[in-house]
Structures are given as structure tokens and as C-alpha cells.
Ligand binder design. Structure first.
Ligand SMILES: CC(=O)[C@@H](O)[C@H](O)COP(=O)(O)O
Ligand SMILES: NCC(=O)COP(=O)(O)O
Length: 238
């Protein structure tokens, strides 16, 4: 079954808006696990506007499920943090500086050499590597050349198109997933997945190992409660 990794960035956004430690991001990670999540994702950004680097260290101490740290590996601070914390998985995202949120995958052809070298650094440390990619065949083929363990399909386009035409929305993702399976790449996915579009995505993507979901899940939790919401998302993957 596809694993649900809860992205807790938005707990940190709320905490940082007032200083102090409410809500407690470490407790958010503990509770996500308690409520049935298969893992916890964080995406520290260089300005630490939500997750702080220290949060990664603190979460590592309590994590009993899978810990996934996403971020921009062009930042040496990010590389150092991941090598220090040693999560189960690092997801490399080609964020530009000051970006509001992630909005594109790697060009795995242009950056093939850089990716190969960087991925090896993490793999040598025993950390599984996933790279964020658009559902484009050339990029999937390129990903296989980098030595990455997995790809994370960037699903913002799917989420947008799903509202108009779900068959059309899923088509490039399914084609990309079939190719990734042929190449022996593991498949994760994330960005803008929600209660409306998740089940259809999971049903049509062969070999989908993990989804990481934050924004919509935390927004739903405000109305439905954190435990109930995690259970509802899990059910979409059953
Ligand atoms: C890579 C990805 O799609 C997510 O990590 C997403 O970018 C969440 O980051 P923010 O919470 O900073 O928007
Ligand atoms: N990798 C995607 C992620 O962690 C969460 O993205 P979103 O659900 O906050 O859009």
C-alpha cells in the first residue's frame, strides 16, 4: 500500500507567526505517527520561514516511522543538515532562492553531472535519495542515469487539471510512472494532493510507494481534526 508521509511545515508556519512554541512541531510529528501516518516530511527552507534546521534535529530524536527531509541541495547548509540528521530519505528539490513554494522538477539532463555527484554523497551516508521531477519521459530517463533511488512526481499540474478533466490530468503521470517502473526507479509523489484528488491518483499510478502531503491535509485538520484527517487520507490510499 502507498505510504502517507505527513508534511508538517504548516505547523511551523503557525508557530513562527507568534514566536513561542505553539503549536509544537515535534508534537505534531509524534501525533502524526500516533494517528497512523507512515512517515513525516519536512522541507526546511534557507530563510527558515517555517521549519527551522533545529526542528529537523529535534524530530530525528522522536521519529519511529520514516523521516523524509526535502530541500534545495544547492545550499551547503542543507547538505550538512541532512548528513548530520541522517533521515531515512532525502528529497532533492531544485528550488530557486526565495521561492514561495516548490514549482518545478529537476532538469535531469542539464544537471545530470551535478545530480550524480550530489546523490552519491547522500547514498554513501546510507540515506535513500529521491529527486523531484515533472512527469516528462526525458526527465524520467535522465533521472535513471543519476543513480537516484526514487523520483518524486511533482503533482501540482495533476491537481490543477484534475478539476477540469481527470483522465487528461493523470495521463502524463501514468506514462511517467510506467517508464520509471521499467527503469527500476521507486516512485513517490507530492504537491497539492488532497482528499478530492488523492484516491484517483493512487489508483492510476502503478508502483506508487509514498505520497507526502502537507498544505491540504493541515487545512482539512482545522475543520476535521488532525487524527480524523490523517485517517481520511490513509483511507484514500487503501
Ligand atoms: C517539494 C514539495 O512539493 C513540497 O515540499 C512543498 O514544496 C512544500 O513546501 P512549502 O510548505 O514550503 O510550500
Ligand atoms: N513533497 C510534497 C509535500 O511534502 C507536500 O506538498 P503540499 O501537500 O504541501 O503541497
Amino acid at each position: 500500500m502507498t505510504k502517507l508521509s505527513v508534511n508538517i511545515n504548516k505547523f511551523a508556519t503557525l508557530r513562527n507567526s507568534r514566536g513561542g512554541n505553539n503549536p509544537d512541531v515535534v508534537k505534531a510529528a509524534i501525533d502524526a505517527q500516533l494517528f497512523g501516518a507512515d512517515g513525516v516530511t519536512i522541507h526546511p527552507r534557507p530563510d527558515e520561514r517555517h521549519i527551522r534546521y533545529q526542528d529537523a534535529r529535534d524530530i530525528k530524536k522522536i521519529i519511529t516511522t520514516e523521516f523524509n527531509i526535502e530541500g534545495n541541495c544547492r545550499e551547503q547548509k542543507f547538505i550538512d543538515l541532512v548528513l548530520e540528521v541522517k533521515p531515512d530519505q532525502v528529497t532533492l528539490v531544485p528550488d530557486a532562492e526565495g521561492q514561495l513554494t516548490s514549482d518545478h522538477g529537476w532538469d535531469t539532463i542539464t544537471h545530470a553531472h551535478y545530480l550524480r555527484e550530489t546523490i552519491q554523497v547522500f547514498r554513501n551516508a546510507g540515506i535513500r535519495v529521491s529527486i523531484f521531477v515533472d512527469p516528462v519521459i526525458e526527465m524520467i530517463n535522465g533521472a535513471a542515469e543519476t543513480g537516484t533511488d526514487r523520483i518524486e512526481l511533482y503533482t501540482e499540474g495533476y491537481a490543477r487539471e484534475y478539476l477540469i478533466n481527470k483522465e487528461q490530468a493523470i495521463a502524463p503521470y501514468r506514462t511517467a510512472a510506467i517508464r520509471a517502473n521499467e527503469l527500476g526507479l521507486g516512485i513517490n509523489a507530492g504537491h497539492d494532493l488532497d482528499l478530492q484528488n488523492l484516491a484517483y491518483f493512487a489508483q492510476h499510478i502503478p508502483g506508487l510507494l509514498e505520497v507526502s502531503i502537507g498544505h491540504a491535509l493541515i487545512a482539512d485538520a482545522l475543520y476535521l481534526g488532525y487524527e480524523n484527517t490523517i485517517q481520511l487520507y490513509k483511507r484514500q490510499l487503501a
